[in-house]
Design a protein around this ligand. Structure first.
Ligand code: SF4
Ligand SMILES: [Zn+2]
Length: 392
């Protein structure tokens, strides 16, 4: 009898926590939707948003790649607190337009010139709402019939299924598929509330199992300094997330240093002093600490660190004297995995980094992440299902 009462109390408590979590999420989503901008409505529907040819380090060596960013109707999730992509979309893009965008990327060029094709859609390649099965089938067949060896795409894991991967196999033949998935953090509260993504660990693990069973590559995106976390917590979060990937047998991951982009909830937090961009030194720290563990070998999306190619955004910090050289050192490390490259880095701004890390911990450390989210939502007075009404 007593055990039953105890179980019932625990059950009520966990239901109450879940409902609190859902409320926080719906208020964050409502605010994100209310502030979103879209300046892409005038773009031609049959032209990819970005096409570039270059060489990148991928799966252990330098490869010639074609990078294509398709212009789609946008991410069907569109809730993540830091993400500007839902605003970078266009209504009225049809499947035939997407196929034209893909083909147009090779105008005056040949797909056979590339070993790797990275195809991004600022959303989810495997979501039928974003990219129809006929578009995927066209792309798979084109890569399958070309000299290209690898297709890399991005998608949240819940959109992958055995049948969609079987369709990939049919079109791609022996070519390799790599799927980048936005896990962001292995911590459930950080991922589900602070980042407000719909990616669950269960869906991620299921997708990894499907990809591995087909000898395809599962790659996890991890955030460095998610919203609502202090610098010190963010380091621990990334190191713990890399450990989780190691245990899961996910050998490939990409650290994404958070960029404060306009039109996002994160930029509103930044404007109100509730978030400071992280430091590049934290990326160095995470790489150094992770070097001793076996398993996941993270790459770093260094593009997100470069203010000069992200106008209007605030990228992770270092002083002007060392920013470029520290980014270069990280890139050199990713090639060589020689820890001395990171250990030999020195700059006077490292003491500013440590001091600010302590200040941030003093300011926020007494509040739980849950309380910090509550505090911010109170500040902007978000009505569930409605838009934000600012009170300060
Ligand atoms: S991070 Fe991915 S899933 Fe989240 S809103 Fe951006 S594109 Fe969509
Ligand atoms: Zn410096």
């Amino acid at each position: 009898m007593w055990v039953k009462a105890g179980c019932r109390a625990a059950c009520y408590k966990s239901r109450a926590l879940l409902s609190q979590r859902m409320q926080l999420r719906s208020r964050l989503s409502a605010y994100s939707r209310g502030i979103r901008r879209n300046d892409f409505q005038d773009l031609p529907v049959d032209r990819a948003m970005g096409v570039k040819s270059d060489q990148i380090l991928f799966d252990g060596r330098l490869r010639k790649r074609k990078r294509i960013i398709l212009l789609t109707g946008g991410c069907s999730i569109a809730t993540c607190t830091m993400c500007p992509f839902p605003g970078e979309s266009r209504r009225g893009v049809r499947s035939e337009d997407l196929i034209r965008q893909f083909e147009g990327a090779f105008e005056g060029d040949c797909i056979d010139n590339y070993e790797l094709i990275t195809l991004f859609c600022n959303g989810n390649f495997f979501s039928d709402r974003e990219l129809g099965p006929q578009v995927r089938a066209h792309i798979f067949e084109r890569i399958g019939g070309s000299q290209a060896a690898i297709l890399a795409v991005e998608s949240l894991p819940q959109f992958l299924s055995e049948s969609k991967i079987a369709a990939a196999r049919r079109g791609l033949g022996f070519k390799k598929l790599a799927v980048f998935m936005g896990l962001q953090s292995a911590d459930d509260f950080v991922r589900e509330v602070a980042i407000n993504t719909t990616c669950s660990r269960l869906a991620f693990e299921r997708a990894v199992a499907i990809l591995h069973a087909n000898e395809y590559l599962a790659v996890a995106f991890l955030m460095v300094k998610p919203p609502f976390l202090t610098e010190a917590e963010a380091i621990e979060d990334a190191v713990a997330s890399l450990g989780y990937l190691s245990r899961l047998g996910v050998t490939h991951s990409t650290l994404c240093p958070t960029r404060v982009a306009p039109g996002t909830l994160l930029s509103e937090m930044h404007a109100r002093g509730h978030y400071q961009p992280g430091w590049i030194w934290s990326v160095v720290e995470i790489l150094t600490r992770n070097a001793d563990t076996l398993g996941s070998v993270p790459m770093v999306n260094t593009t997100e660190l470069k203010d000069w190619i992200n106008p209007g955004s605030c990228c992770a910090r270092a002083c002007p004297d060392c920013k470029e050289s520290t980014i270069l050192a990280i890139e050199k490390f990713l090639f060589s995995r020689d820890l001395d490259v990171l250990k030999s880095l020195h700059c006077s701004c490292y003491t500013d980094y440590q001091r600010q890390m302590q200040q941030e911990t003093r300011r926020w450390g007494s509040l739980s992440v849950h309380e910090r989210v509550e505090l911010f939502l109170k500040l902007i007075q978000v009505i569930p299902g409605g838009i934000g009404l600012e009170i300060v």
